[in-house]
Design a protein around this ligand. Structure first.
Ligand SMILES: Nc1ncnc2c1ncn2[C@@H]1O[C@H](COP(=O)(O)OP(=O)(O)O)[C@@H](O)[C@H]1O
Ligand SMILES: [Mg+2]
Length: 545
C-alpha cells in the first residue's frame, strides 16, 4: 500500500505525560522570571503547610530557609527548605503526594482550601529536577514515632515518583520538611520578594507563626497574633446555578442514585423534590426517571436550561470562611502598626448566578502602611484570595480594578502620596483566577462591584480619622501660636493692673487649653487604636532581626 501524507505525519504522533507538559509550559504554573519562580516555590510549600495544619487543627509554625548555593555553572542557585509542624505524610503516600502531578487530597472536595489541583508540590519538584538534576529531600513524621527521610524525584515519562534512600530516623518531631535545590531563581527584596510574600501571608493568617532565614543568614519572625484556629469551612454541595452541562454530566456519571430526580436532590444544594418538580414544569421533556449514569449531553443541557428558569434560594455561605474582622485588626496592628484602620466584612454575595463569595476590606493609615521611598509615601494594595497573597499580575486583577475605580478624593485620601494600605481578601470555594498561575482574580462584574463597596465602606472609617487628624493639627498649630504670646501678655497685663502676672498666666493657659486641647488628649477620643491595640501589639515586636 502506498504511504500517504497522513501516514508520514502520524509517524510523529506521541502521547505526553503531564510532567512533560509542565517542562514545556512552566510559566503557566508561575515559573517565569527568576524572582517570581522562587516566590512560587515558597508559595506552593507554605500553602500546603497551612492547608495541612488547618485540616489537622494545629496552629501552624512554619519555617522557611533560603540559602545561596555556590555552583560553578550557575550563580542563581539556591537551596529552599520549608518545614512545618503539621500532620505529616504517611510513608506510603509521600511519593504520590509530592511527586505526582494531579494527585492530592483536595481536588475532589467542594471545600475552600488554598490548594486544589494537586499540581503545586510536584511542580516544585519538577522545577528542581529540570534546573539542577537533583531530587527533593523529605523528612516527615506522622507522630507515632514513625519519622523517616527519603529523596524523591519524578520519572517524567510516566509521571511516577522515584523514591530513594528511604530510612527511618530517630528524631522527635511531627510534620513535614521539604528541601530542594533550584537554579534559575533569585532572592529579591521589595514588593515581589519572598519576605513580602511571607509578611502578607502572616497578615492573612494571624494564627500562624512564620519565620524566614534569608540568604544573608538573617532570621525574621512573624509572631502568631491570635491563638485560635480559623473556623473550618464546611464541605459544600454545588449550587445548580454554578454548573455547566459538562459539570452536570461528570457528576451524573459518578452518581449511585437510581434516577435523575434523586441524583439532583442528593448532589446539589437547594434542590428539593419540589424544585425538581418545577424543573419538569419548566421543560416537560426532561426524563427524570432515567438512570443518571446514562445521562447524555442533550439531557444535561436541558436540565441546565431549566435550572436557569426556576427561582433558587441563594447558596449557603457556610462553605466560605473569611479571615474575620477581629483577626484582621489584630494582624494589621501586629504587622503594619497603623495610626488608624477601618475594617469591613460584607455579607456573602453570588457571582455567575450561583457561586457564593465574601469580600473583606481594610484601609489603614500611618505606621508602616503604604510604601516609603526617597520621594516620600505612596499607598499600596494588599491583594488576597482565600487568604493567599497575590503579588503578581496586579494589572489584570479585579481588586486593582476596583480600588483604582474609587474616587479617593471623596474620602480625603490620596493613595498616590499618603501612607495608606488597602487590604482586600476575596473568599470563595471557586475563586475565578484569571490564569493558571493564580496570581489575579478575573474581573467578573459582580466581584469588582462588591470589592468596591467593601473598600469604600472601610475608606469612610478612615476618612473620619484623616479629617479629625487635620482638625487636630490645625488646633495644635493655633495652640502653639497663641501660647507664644501668653508670657508677654500676662506680664503686660500684670504691669497694667497690678495683679500677679503668674496667676494671670495660669488662668490664660487654662482658657486656651480648654479651647484647643493638645493632640494627645484628643487622640484617644478620635482614635481607639492609637493607644491600646497598637502599643500592645508592638510590644510583641512583630518582626525582629
Ligand atoms: N506540608 C504538608 N503536610 C501534609 N500533607 C501535605 C503537605 N504538602 C502536601 N501534602 C499533600 O500532598 C498533596 C499534593 O499537594 P500539591 O501538589 O501541592 O497539591 P494541592 O495542594 O493542590 O492538593 C496535598 O493534597 C496533600 O495531601
Ligand atoms: Mg498545594
Amino acid at each position: 500500500m502506498a504511504v500517504t501524507e497522513a501516514d508520514k505525519i502520524f509517524k510523529e504522533f506521541r502521547e505526553h505525560s503531564a510532567a512533560e507538559f509542565f517542562k514545556k509550559n512552566r510559566q503557566m504554573l508561575g515559573y517565569s522570571g527568576a524572582g517570581r519562580s522562587l516566590v512560587t516555590i515558597v508559595h506552593e510549600y507554605v500553602t500546603n503547610s497551612l492547608d495541612a495544619c488547618e485540616e489537622a487543627g494545629i496552629l501552624p509554625d512554619i519555617k522557611v530557609v533560603v540559602r545561596k548555593v555556590e555552583n560553578q555553572h550557575s550563580n542563581n542557585r539556591y537551596a529552599v527548605i520549608v518545614s512545618d509542624n503539621g500532620p505529616g505524610i504517611p510513608k506510603g503516600y509521600v511519593g504520590k503526594a509530592l511527586a505526582t502531578i494531579f494527585a492530592g487530597t483536595k481536588f475532589h472536595r467542594h471545600i475552600q482550601q488554598r490548594g486544589q489541583q494537586g499540581i503545586g508540590a510536584a511542580g516544585c519538584l519538577l522545577f528542581s529536577q529540570i534546573t539542577t538534576g537533583k531530587p527533593i529531600f523529605v523528612k516527615s513524621s506522622t507522630g507515632r514515632g514513625h519519622a523517616y527521610s527519603c529523596f524523591i524525584s519524578l520519572n517524567t515519562a510516566n509521571n511516577k515518583p522515584i523514591i530513594e534512600n528511604m530510612v527511618d530516623i530517630d528524631e522527635e518531631f511531627i510534620g513535614l520538611s521539604v528541601e530542594g535545590e533550584f537554579s534559575e531563581i533569585r532572592y529579591e527584596s521589595g514588593d515581589h520578594g519572598v519576605l513580602e510574600y511571607l509578611r502578607r501571608t502572616a497578615l492573612s493568617n494571624p494564627h500562624a507563626k512564620i519565620s524566614l532565614v534569608d540568604p544573608s543568614g538573617q532570621e525574621l519572625v512573624f509572631m502568631r497574633a491570635v491563638e485560635k484556629m480559623p473556623e473550618r469551612p464546611k464541605v459544600a454541595k454545588p449550587h445548580p446555578l454554578g454548573l455547566s452541562a459538562n459539570d452536570l454530566l461528570e457528576f451524573s456519571h459518578l452518581s449511585n442514585s437510581r434516577k435523575i430526580s434523586s441524583f439532583l436532590t442528593d448532589t446539589f444544594a437547594r434542590t428539593t423534590p419540589n424544585k425538581v418538580g418545577e424543573l419538569k414544569d419548566a421543560d416537560p421533556s426532561i426524563d427524570l426517571d432515567k438512570d443518571p449514569k446514562k445521562m447524555g449531553w442533550d439531557d444535561a443541557e436541558k436540565i441546565i436550561n431549566a435550572f436557569r428558569k426556576v427561582k433558587w434560594v441563594a447558596p449557603d455561605a457556610s462553605s466560605i470562611v473569611p479571615i474575620g474582622e477581629d483577626q484582621i485588626k489584630v494582624a494589621l496592628s501586629n504587622i503594619l502598626n497603623p495610626d488608624h484602620m477601618s475594617v469591613t466584612q460584607r455579607t456573602p454575595k453570588v457571582f455567575r448566578g450561583g457561586v457564593p463569595f465574601i469580600v473583606e476590606a481594610a484601609v489603614t493609615y500611618g505606621g508602616n502602611s503604604g510604601k516609603k521611598d526617597d520621594d516620600g509615601y505612596s499607598g499600596n494594595i494588599l491583594r488576597f484570595a482565600n487568604r493567599v497573597p497575590l503579588l503578581f499580575d496586579s494589572g489584570v486583577c479585579a481588586i486593582t480594578q476596583a480600588v483604582k475605580g474609587i474616587d479617593w478624593r471623596r474620602y480625603s485620601i490620596d493613595i498616590e502620596s499618603q501612607p495608606v494600605s488597602i487590604l482586600v481578601n476575596v473568599s470563595s470555594v471557586y475563586i475565578p483566577y484569571s490564569g493558571v498561575g493564580k496570581e489575579a482574580i478575573s474581573q467578573e462584574a459582580e466581584i469588582v462591584e462588591e470589592i468596591k463597596l467593601a473598600v469604600m465602606e472601610a475608606a469612610r472609617g478612615v476618612q473620619r480619622y484623616v479629617r479629625g487628624q487635620d482638625q487636630m493639627n490645625f488646633n495644635f498649630n493655633r495652640y502653639k501660636a497663641i501660647s507664644r504670646y501668653i508670657k508677654q501678655l500676662s506680664k503686660d497685663l500684670g504691669d497694667l493692673t497690678g495683679e500677679d502676672s503668674s496667676s494671670i498666666e495660669t488662668k490664660l493657659n487654662k482658657v486656651i487649653s480648654k479651647h484647643f486641647p493638645k493632640p494627645k488628649e484628643q487622640a484617644s477620643q478620635v482614635n481607639p487604636y492609637l493607644d491600646g491595640a497598637v502599643s500592645d501589639a508592638s510590644d510583641k515586636t512583630p518582626v525582629d532581626g
